[in-house]
Design a protein around this ligand. Structure first.
Ligand code: ZN
Length: 386
């Protein structure tokens, strides 16, 4: 063997582990969350129940992903008929650093509803600010399972899933991954209509606990209505389950194609009812700070304001990190939009832009619930002065 061949072989041996590692690093992790399980049957049909349908569709989806998508890593929050807490499901996805989280459910309405046996259609939910009584009632029903946990008020910090007031705190939380979640939701919803032939009830927003507590693009799929006997029959059949799983699979496939493109080539999203007048006023000068996860419109306004001289803006500093965090990092606890500035070797994260100390202090009270050490800073032309 010539010396150069030996060197080549040696190099190959040395490089192999690195190559294997980088291939592994590229893996796309999907967490599939079949809703309910064990003592929690979910919504009831005449012949079957929600937990059984959710698991069957989830397993079909898992098998499809594993056989047809070669770089994917699939994790199920449950793969048999067991009870898993809502927080446990979200924790699992966060721990595994999932790229996407897909919760699978079947819908239902109150028995007294005149639509009980006729209501139908699929809907995909993301977290968000769109307010609707109907959507909230779906989330309340799905969140109610936490009451089956003996110490639920401790785990969920006093949150009462059946009280509308409990959800008000979520209104200020805009998921860091909302754009991507909506992208995924739209892709899956389209396929539920095209591939699985479901009536289109659209992409909706509601505060489901599993969506609140996951720190990656996350959706909750309501396949169809189990209270409608014809829809139950479809969802209980193997053929129906295969179609539903294929629809979600194709949605994921489409989402991944779009997600691989650079962000600015993607369409800008407008979320209905986001009540922009209640968002923190923008207008911070951007020199010395880089906006991440900020809305495009806000950065435009900020850029326009950058011309103004000696602009004083108050911000809430809530986190210090050694390096910039990726979008959706769990340390940001879903707070968005956020900005950061560099201070020596550290990166300091801020939220909001306020014209007065009083305005900032008012908002600080809310932020302190998630970040007890948060405080208000004063900036001049984007640089901290106090
Ligand atoms: Zn459910």
């Amino acid at each position: 063997m010539s010396l150069s061949r030996i060197i080549k072989q040696l190099l190959l041996i040395l490089l192999l582990p690195a190559l294997a590692l980088s291939a592994e690093g590229k893996e796309f992790t999907v967490v599939i969350d079949p809703g309910h399980g064990g003592k929690d049957a979910g919504a009831l049909g005449r012949k079957t129940n929600e937990k059984t349908i959710n698991l069957a569709v989830a397993k079909q989806l898992r098998d499809l992903l594993m056989s047809d998508m070669n770089d994917v890593n699939v994790i199920m929050t449950r793969s048999n008929d067991t009870f898993v807490t809502l927080q446990g499901r979200a924790d699992m996805a966060n721990r595994k650093h999932a790229d996407i989280f897909i919760s699978i459910h079947a819908n239902s309405v109150d028995k007294k509803s005149p639509m009980f046996t006729s209501v139908n259609g699929a809907a995909v939910y993301t977290l968000g600010l769109q307010r609707s009584e109907t959507n909230l009632s779906v989330a309340m029903r799905e969140n109610a399972v936490m009451k089956l946990e003996p110490d639920y008020s401790t785990t969920y910090e006093g949150f009462d899933p059946s009280s509308a007031e409990s959800y008000i705190a979520f209104e200020m939380m805009q998921h860091a991954n909302l754009d991507q979640s909506i992208e995924l939701a739209e892709a899956v919803q389209n396929q539920l209509v095209r591939t699985a032939g479901r009536k289109n009830n659209g992409v909706r927003q509601a505060p489901f606990w599993v969506l609140v507590r996951t720190s990656m693009p996350a959706i909750l799929v309501e396949l169809d209505f189990i209270c409608n006997p014809a829809m139950e029959k479809f969802m209980a059949s193997e053929q129906g389950q295969k179609k539903l799983a294929l629809a979600i699979y194709r949605g994921i496939e489409k989402y991944r194609k779009v997600a691989d493109k650079p962000a600015d080539s993607r369409k800008e999203r407008v979320v209905a009812d986001s009540r922009p007048e209640e968002l923190p006023s923008s207008g911070a000068a951007q020199s010395g700070s880089e906006t991440i996860a900020g809305k495009k419109a806000e950065s435009k306004a900020a850029a326009a304001a950058a011309d103004a001289k000696d602009r004083i803006v108050y911000k809430i500093q809530f986190l210090t990190a050694g390096s910039p965090l990726r979008k959706g990092d769990s340390r940001l606890k879903g707070l968005s939009p956020v900005e950061y500035y560099k201070d020596g070797n550290m990166v300091k994260y801020t939220y909001g832009s306020y014209c007065s100390q009083a305005e900032a202090s008012k908002e600080l009270k809310k932020i302190k619930k998630s970040f007890p050490d948060a405080f208000v800073i004063k900036t001049c032309n984007g640089k901290r002065i106090k």
